[in-house]
Write a new protein. Structure first.
Length: 198
């Protein structure tokens, strides 16, 4: 097996398994209860593509050294803001309800930013950095990037399916409160990780 194929296969498997039960997979589930599946998946894909490109670049050029305290703290604050915002709830006017493309764009941006911040310094990013150090060269690095990106998107797509099911079967108020609590928990989790250096 070539370096590219080996790096792609191993990276897919490692990141897919690492993402199962991770906070970003829980975020995907949460976002899927509030937004349509396609903008959520596209936002996750965009954020993952960029984050894993950064991870591979760091792994290739700098090794496994990345100052994560300020990044994790910024992500924690962002999640707490998302939690408060979700708890407060939004009311749409009739005009706003008709602007579905704007809603899709807003959902895409919210998901992409949230995932980008959550993944910086996360275990999947660190795993991708580590994998990139194991496969030097253009073929290996591009394989790590492709495999890790597809592995994460696949794991989060599973969460989106579950989130859409919950969104159809739970009352709106329960979804809003549950999503707010999860965002607040994610924010606290990221803050603890930032201060403990985990």
């Amino acid at each position: 097996m070539t370096g590219f194929l080996a790096a792609t296969a191993l990276s897919f498997a490692v990141i897919f398994v690492a993402e199962l039960g991770d906070k970003s997979q829980l975020m995907a589930l949460t976002f899927a209860t509030r937004f349509r599946a396609l903008p959520v998946l596209l936002g996750i894909t965009a954020a993952t593509t960029v984050t894993h490109a950064v991870s591979v670049g760091v792994g290739y050029v700098l090794g496994a050294t990345l100052p994560t305290f300020w990044i994790a703290l910024a992500a924690a604050i962002a999640f707490i803001v998302f939690g408060v915002w979700t708890w407060r709830g939004d009311a749409l006017s009739d005009d706003e309800k008709n602007k579905s493309s704007v809603t899709r764009r807003s959902a895409f941006v919210a998901v992409a930013v949230a995932f980008f911040l959550a993944e910086l310094g996360d275990k999947t990013m660190l795993a991708t950095i580590t994998l990139a150090t194991q496969y030097p060269g253009a073929g290996g690095v591009s394989g790590v990037w492709l495999g890790s990106t597809v592995g994460m998107v696949a794991a989060d797509a599973l969460a989106i399916v579950v989130g859409r099911w919950l969104g159809r079967n739970l009352p709106e108020r329960a979804i809003r409160i549950g999503a707010a609590v999860l965002f607040l928990v994610f924010g606290a989790w990221l803050a603890v990780e930032a201060f403990l250096g985990v």
